[in-house]
Structures are given as C-alpha cells and as structure tokens.
Design a protein around this ligand. Sequence first.
Ligand code: ZNH
Length: 141
Amino acid sequence: ALSAGDEALVRALWRKMGSNVGVYTTEALERIVLAFPSTRIYFAPLDLSPGSMQLRAHGKKVAAALSVALGHLDDLPDALSALSDLHTRQLRVDPTSFQLLGHCLLLTLARHYPGDFSPAMHRALHRFLTHVAWALASPCG
Ligand code: ZNH
C-alpha cells in the first residue's frame, strides 16, 4: 500500500482540486489521445475532439473512480473489481496504456499545480496511480 506520507500528499491535492478532478482527468484524456494516438483505438466509439461532451463525461467517470480508489487504498482490488473486469475482459486495455494515462494525468496536474508538485508529491501521485492501474489491470475472480 501507499505510505501514510504518500497518502496524505495525494489527499491534500485531491482536497485542493475539489470539484475540478473531472476537469483535469478530462484534460489527461485529451492529452493521451493526442500525444499517444495508438490509444485512440480503445475510445473509438467516443467523439475525441478536444472539449467534446463525451470526453468530458468520460473524464468525470474516471475522476469519480479515482476518488473512490483514494477512499479504498486498503482494499483496492475489491473496491474496483467491477471496473477491473471491464478493463481486462471487455476493453482489454494493455498495461502500457495505463502507464500513459498516469503519465498524462501527472503532467496535467503538474501544469495546474506547479507550486504543489514537489518531487515527493510526484512520487506519491505516481504510486497512487500505479496502484490503481495495477488493480484495474489484474483480472479478478
Ligand atoms: Zn477506463 C470506461 C475508469 C484507465 C479505456 N474507465 C471507464 C469507466 C471508468 C473508468 C469509471 C466507466 C465505467 C462505466 O461506465 O461503468 N479507466 C478508469 C480509471 C483508469 C482507467 C480509474 C486509470 C486510472 N481506461 C483506462 C485506460 C484506457 C481506458 C488506460 C485506455 C487507454 N475506460 C476505457 C474505455 C471505457 C472506459 C474505452 C469505455 C468508454 C465508453 O463509454 O465506451
């Protein structure tokens, strides 16, 4: 699991973002499909133009899942089991794409919160996102 210090840093940034988590998650999605076009294949049914309603709606869902994950760091696989099923069995998202999304989210947050983005915050967020990706990418049951 994350260290208490890592968890505290992530929680502090989450509080600061408040209702903007979905805005930044959407920005990360806009970035992933532009910077890494190979990931577009997963999102084929969605309108991927910047600012699209579908992308924003999807960003909000991903943000909500990340917030749930933050509240369940001790039982992530359980808390995310339905989503893990979706990502492994149905969507078959490859591990690299999870890393790329994490990268895009880190970059987005660093741009919006430069003053908060110490190396320790970088590490804490990276660990958090790695844990979530791991829980989502491991088949359950
Ligand atoms: Zn994912 C979906 C989350 C990653 C792709 N997702 C989804 C959802 C959610 C999520 C919540 C919704 C579900 C329902 O509706 O039920 N994801 C998530 C998270 C993460 C992710 C948290 C991490 C961090 N994804 C991912 C990646 C990819 C994806 C990496 C690729 C690249 N997803 C996806 C898709 C979908 C999803 C494609 C479906 C969409 C639609 O709508 O169709």
